[in-house]
Design a protein around this ligand. Sequence first.
Ligand code: NAD
Ligand code: UDP
Length: 344
Amino acid sequence: TANGNGVTTKPPPSSSPLRYSKYCQSNLRILVTGGAGFIGSHLVDKLMENEKNEVIVIDNFFTGSKDNLRRWIGHPRFELIRHDVTETFLAEVDRIYHLACPASPIFYKHNPVKTIKTNVIGTLNMLGLAKRVGARILLTSTSEVYGDPLEHPQTEEYWGNVNPIGVRSCYDEGKRVAETLMFDYHRQHGIEIRIARIFNTYGPRMNIDDGRVVSNFIAQALRGEPLTVQLPGTQTRSFCYVSDMVDGLIRLMEGDNIGPINIGNPGEFTMIELAETVKELINPEVTVKRVENTPDDPRQRKPDITKAKTLLGWEPKVSLRQGLPLMEEDFRQRLGLSENKVEA
Ligand code: NAD
Ligand code: UDP
């Protein structure tokens, strides 16, 4: 069958393609790698809402935590296993959501060799599992595959502008290889694949001190510290609320298109605008401080989501102004601050 990418595929090894509308009626055993992390744990919540689903999470707890999955531990349809995806794993499953990989620059740069092993060997292992048990596998790739983009906004056809030897390369190039592996297993072995290119996502359960911009600004605003805008401050990002992201990932998995498909919110903000918005919504007293940036920081990023709209019937529902207060509430609780009280 043609798949929209000019690729002719063998028929899938097991079941026929399942439509999104049928997803709710089918029993599925679902593996989520990296399910103890930020996006993974929200995905698990959503998958567990469907009583026909059984969910297995594997995670090495590098950036994720059992706390994120507390409500499911002990549930008969749920299993949490400490496992590193750079080691092989075997389980009878129908679906694999492959998220395992640190997403925040400070964590993925902390041990770059491990990051690239997670992306390359981890993805190979999960593809090996998919091949062995006939599962469909979805990779959470990233807008970082576009690097410092020379096309704006970014469509899935854009090949990117990535530094192969920079400090971000373990992540960017790691994900690019992961995408290559997905397509090679698909073409060579007929594996059913799905690739999501995720743009910056935010929401409750992000690590408070993980260094990403939204979590930094919210924690700083709540602690009454200056908001650290990295220079030049005119660089842009597009921020997607996590519930929209999870909805997009499930639609992609259960739809017929293999991707890659951009999943993100096209609303584009400079870091100065983001700081001003956080200041206005959370703590008008805080100041904004300009600080040094890190190497290879992309200057602009905004998804073209035409494909997601037309092929998945998906578009984000939560605006930045609606999503920030939801995250603020979660950060207040975790920082031990009560409502409307900004001093610690
Ligand atoms: P996260 O760091 O919160 O979650 C990643 C999870 O993977 C954590 O629970 C971590 O412990 C686990 N993990 C890391 N290495 C592992 C290994 N070797 N074996 C087993 N588990 C491992 O990050 P997130 O924001 O939830 O991101 C999830 C996925 O989405 C990642 O693949 C990331 O690249 C992708 N993504 C996220 C964003 C974003 O803005 N959050 C943007 C683009 C892509
Ligand atoms: N950034 C910032 N202040 C911070 C952290 C990040 O201005 O405290 C900027 C950073 O320079 C980048 C953008 O925010 O331009 C997004 O960075 P993040 O690490 O959140 O994600 P990225 O998209 O770079 O992976």
